[in-house]
Design a protein around this ligand. Structure first.
Ligand code: FAD
Length: 346
């Protein structure tokens, strides 16, 4: 078999890159072994404001300009809805936070998203003594359904193999690579946290940032916006809500834990007073980099090996932009932005 590209891993990074290949009529084959599931369990939110400090997320406005049409194209391709625009209500902890909100909401990169007035509306079952700040032009991508649909589509076109990629079987020639009878011009690794098993790229400084989420059923909670306090409560419809997420910098397994659940429950009950039942509990590892920037580029020695990773906590908005940048770098010799290029670690 002869293809232009081999792709290892089909989370948001792999999906964004293979879409780029399809848009440019390049052939490819994907390897996926379900060893990671960050993109599947993700909250899927896109929000250009850091809700701790009320500061802009790095390059978010530019990234959203590419990401929103990217998901709209997929909606068109599969005739399905993946993008659910939804406002965010941030509960204030203090009057000081209200003041910080006022100041921030006037700033150029934030004013499109932060509504400057403070909301004191009473919401049944929600404790918010200092009111809320409202964010608009934010939303959620249903990454789980999107990835399920995309995988199905690749299965139908025989472009995905559900095998673990065995790095020891890769043969690297000057202008091509060979892998178990497949010959390709290039290979792009998109393994998320699995990168640490990749002998070619494990030198890069990835840090685990495990996250756990629960899904609750709360029939007396009636909100159609996301509430953010110490955790978020995201409506999924029919009184189901996703609650998350934890950050654990030590646990490298993707298994849900009792400790993670207890943390979520205790934080949730600090601002939600209605009864609920937990119906699901999931976990995944965010592929986070020490300097909080993506990992994009060619291997320093083998120019036909490349990586797209390090999407951290914001894969939804970062994946489409970085995939485009990597494609243009590999095919059109465009330089990569220094902030995302892995040459910063050479
Ligand atoms: C709890 C939680 C909540 C989150 N919430 C949000 C959010 O609201 N908004 C947001 O933007 N981001 C969120 N994220 C972050 C987001 O999920 C990540 O940024 C993104 O999913 C990373 O995508 P990825 O494709 O790089 O990695 P992954 O999704 O981990 O995909 C890597 C893929 O590679 C496969 N793989 C690995 N090694 C091999 C191998 N050797 N052979 C074959 N296949 C292999 C894995 O099975 C996996 O499918 C959240 C993450 C978590 C854990």
């Amino acid at each position: 078999m002869q293809v232009d590209y081999i792709i290892v891993g089909l989370g948001l990074a792999g999906l964004a890159f293979t879409k780029e290949l399809e848009n440019n009529n390049k052939s490819f084959i994907v390897f996926e072994d379900n060893s990671q599931n960050s993109s599947i369990v993700a909250g899927g939110m896109y929000n250009p404001v850091i809700l701790k400090r009320f500061t802009p997320v790095w390059n978010a406005t530019e990234q959203l300009e590419i990401a929103l049409p990217f998901y709209a194209d997929l909606e068109k391709q599969f005739q399905k809805k993946y993008n659910y625009p939804i406002d965010i209500y941030r509960i204030f902890k203090s009057v000081e936070e209200q003041n910080n909100w006022f100041v921030a909401s006037d700033k150029p990169l934030l004013s499109n998203y932060m509504v400057s007035s403070i909301s004191n509306k009473k919401i049944e079952g929600v404790i918010a003594n200092n009111g809320f700040g409202k964010l608009i032009n934010t939303g959620r991508i249903d990454t789980k359904i999107l990835l399920e649909d995309y995988r199905k589509y690749l299965e139908e076109t025989s472009k995905i193999k559900y095998n673990s990629f065995d790095y020891s079987q890769l043969i690297i020639n000057n202008i091509s690579i060979e892998y178990n009878g497949i010959s390709a011009s290039k290979i792009v690794f998109c393994e998320g946290f699995g990168m640490l098993k990749n002998p070619f790229f494990k030198y890069l400084p990835m840090q685990e940032a495990k996250g756990e989420l629960i899904t609750i059923y709360a029939p007396k909670l009636h909100i159609d916006f996301l509430i953010k306090a110490s955790v978020f409560v995201l409506p999924l419809g029919n009184n189901y809500y996703k609650v998350g997420a934890t950050f654990n910098w030590k646990d490298t397994t993707k298994l849900p834990t009792e400790e993670g659940k207890n943390e979520l429950v205790s934080k949730l009950e600090s601002f939600i007073s209605v009864p609920y039942t937990i119906v699901a509990h999931t976990a995944g590892i965010r592929p986070t980099v020490k300097d909080r920037r993506p990992l994009v580029g060619k291997h320093p020695k083998y120019q036909n090996l490349a990586i797209l990773n390090g999407l951290g906590t914001r894969g939804v908005i970062i994946a489409p932009t970085t995939a485009k940048a990597l494609y243009n770098h590999l095919e059109n010799n465009f330089a990569l932005d220094k902030e995302i290029s892995i040459t910063r670690f050479e």
